[in-house]
Design a protein around this ligand. Structure first.
Ligand SMILES: O=P(O)(O)OC[C@H]1O[C@H](OP(=O)(O)OP(=O)(O)O)[C@H](O)[C@@H]1O
Ligand SMILES: Nc1ncnc2[nH]cnc12
Length: 184
């Protein structure tokens, strides 16, 4: 249940702050802290993502550390579903399965608790931002290794110039995004 009334005309892109040269020279960092700090902006982001997620009839929402947790957890609660966290290496206390992946600005490893999803579970993946697609493709790989069916991946922000949406399309993973920033 979301307390604020829908604002279908609210411009979410205007609430995202751009910080040049973070964390490295040449990167235009799209900062969602200003979006989530705006009550109507956060509620509307969660509402729009949840409405799209519902069309895939998922059993779970899968949220990617760290910024994906903010949106994925709120969506899962609004939709009456549980949320499964996919975390950076060494953070989960139980037995994990993991996968290495490349970022726009580095290399990292993602892990999932064994048994967090079961064979046949249908999941929707959620993250704040789609850049190269490496993070979400690694997350999809983890889900499939666990036997889950990946219905779709949802994001607040797409950076189309970095090719993530094209990679997901080529991989056969349906993908939806709320807003896009060109020129990255
Ligand atoms: O499409 P990709 O090229 O994989 O990039 C997108 C990922 O990069 C960012 O996370 P980051 O790894 O910076 O971690 P954070 O959420 O912990 O800040 C972002 O939140 C996505 O998870
Ligand atoms: N340009 C960018 N801004 C914010 N988060 C990111 N993650 C990967 N690329 C990013």
């Amino acid at each position: 249940m979301i307390a604020l009334p829908p604002q279908p005309d609210l411009d979410l892109a205007a609430l995202v702050r751009t910080i040049p040269d973070f964390p490295k020279p040449g990167i235009q960092f799209r900062d969602i802290t200003t979006l989530i700090g705006h009550a109507a902006g956060f509620a509307e982001s969660v509402r729009r993502l949840s409405a799209r997620a519902e069309t895939y009839r998922p059993d779970f929402i899968v949220a990617v550390e760290a910024r994906g947790f903010l949106f994925g957890a709120a969506m899962a609660s609004a939709m009456g579903l549980g949320v499964v966290p996919v975390r950076k290496a060494g953070k989960l206390p139980g037995v994990t399965i993991g996968v290495d992946y490349e970022l726009e600005y580095g290399v990292d490893r993602l892990e999932l608790h064994e048994g967090a999803v079961e064979a046949g579970h249908r999941v929707v993946l959620v993250d704040d931002l789609l850049a190269t697609g490496g993070t979400i493709l690694a997350t999809a790989e983890l889900m499939r290794a666990a036997g889950a069916e990946v219905a779709a991946a949802l994001f607040v922000i797409d950076l189309p110039d970095l090719g993530g949406a094209r990679r997901l399309n080529e991989a056969g993973l349906p993908c939806e995004t709320l807003i896009a920033f060109d020129g990255d």
